[in-house]
Ligand binder design. Structure first.
Ligand code: 6GU
Length: 244
C-alpha cells in the first residue's frame, strides 16, 4: 500500500510545492507516496461558496464552519485505508520525531489546514482530530506546517532517503547520536579563508574523531537545548516536582 496524504486546504495550489522537489519529489513521482490536495471550498453548499462565519461570543476574525469542514473530512477519510486525521494549529501538541515515526509507519495522513482565527471545535472533537503544532510561533495558516509534517514523514519511507543518509544518525533519533544535536561537519579544503578544519578530523584516528564528535554534540545540546539535555539526563528542566 502506498503511504498517502490528503490535505484539506483553502489553498490547494500550495501543494505539493517544495515537496515536488528533491528527495520527496522524486519519491512522489516514483509512487512511493501519494498526495491529494483537496479544496475545502469545494464542499461549500450555499451560492456564495462560504466556508467561514463570525465567532460565537464575538471577537475578531472568522471561524471555519463545521458543516463544510466535516463534509471535506468525510470525503477524504472515505478514501483508502483508515488514516489518522490531524489538524495543524498553533495550539496543538508539539510535533516531535517520535510522532513523525508513528505517522510515517502508518498508512498515511489526512491533514486539515487551519486558516482564519480557527476551526469550529465541534468538528475537531467529533472527528477525533489530533491537534498538532510545529513550534512556538504563529504562521498565517496551517499549510506550511502541513508541508513540514509531510516532509518529515516522507523522508522516513522505505526507499526515499537512499543509502547516503540513513536518517537514524541525525538529531532526535535514538541512533548512534543518541538523541543529541548533530556535531558540526567539515569538508575540504583543509584551510578555507584562513579557517582550518579541526585537526582531529584529519588525524585518521577514528576513535579520537568519534570522541570529538560526541563532545561537540553534547556541548551543543547542553547550551542550545537545555530542555533536550535535561530529558537525556533523565531529569526535568528546572521545575518544581509535583509532590514530595
Ligand atoms: Cl500547525 N499552524 C499555524 N497557523 N501556526 C503554527 C503552527 C501551525 N505551528 C506553529 N505555528
Amino acid at each position: 500500500m502506498t503511504w498517502s496524504a490528503s490535505v484539506l486546504t483553502l489553498f490547494p495550489e500550495m501543494f505539493p510545492g517544495p515537496l515536488g522537489h528533491s528527495l520527496a519529489g522524486r519519491a512522489l513521482r516514483e509512487g512511493r507516496w501519494a498526495l491529494d490536495a483537496i479544496d475545502i471550498r469545494g464542499f461549500a453548499t450555499d451560492r456564495h461558496r462560504s466556508v467561514d462565519d463570525t465567532p460565537c461570543g464575538g471577537g475578531t476574525g472568522m471561524v471555519l464552519r463545521p458543516d463544510v469542514v466535516d463534509a471535506a473530512l468525510g470525503a477524504a477519510l472515505a478514501e483508502g485505508p483508515v488514516r489518522p486525521a490531524v489538524v495543524l494549529t498553533p495550539r496543538g501538541v508539539p510535533l516531535d520525531q517520535a510522532m513523525v515515526r508513528e505517522f510515517s509507519a502508518g498508512p498515511g495522513l489526512v491533514l486539515l489546514c487551519g486558516r482564519f482565527e480557527g476551526i469550529d471545535q465541534r468538528v475537531i472533537d467529533s472527528r477525533g482530530l489530533r491537534e498538532v503544532s510545529i513550534g512556538d510561533y504563529v504562521l498565517s495558516g496551517g499549510e506550511p506546517a502541513a508541508l513540514v509534517l509531510l516532509d518529515a514523514c516522507v523522508r522516513l519511507l522505505p526507499g526515499v532517503m537512499g543509502a547516503a543518509a540513513s536518517g537514524e544518525e541525525e538529531s532526535f533519533s535514538a541512533g548512534p547520536n543518541g538523541g543529541l544535536l548533530e556535531y558540526p561537519h567539515y569538508t575540504r579544503p583543509a584551510v578555507w579563508n584562513g579557517l582550518p578544519v579541526p585537526p582531529v578530523l584529519l588525524s585518521g584516528n577514528h576513535a579520537e574523531v568519534a570522541r570529538w564528535r560526541r563532545e561537540q554534540a553534547e556541548t551543543l545540546t547542553r547550551t542550545r537545548r537545555p530542555d533536550l539535555w535535561a530529558r537525556l539526563q533523565g531529569t526535568q528542566p528546572i521545575a518544581a516536582p509535583l509532590d514530595g
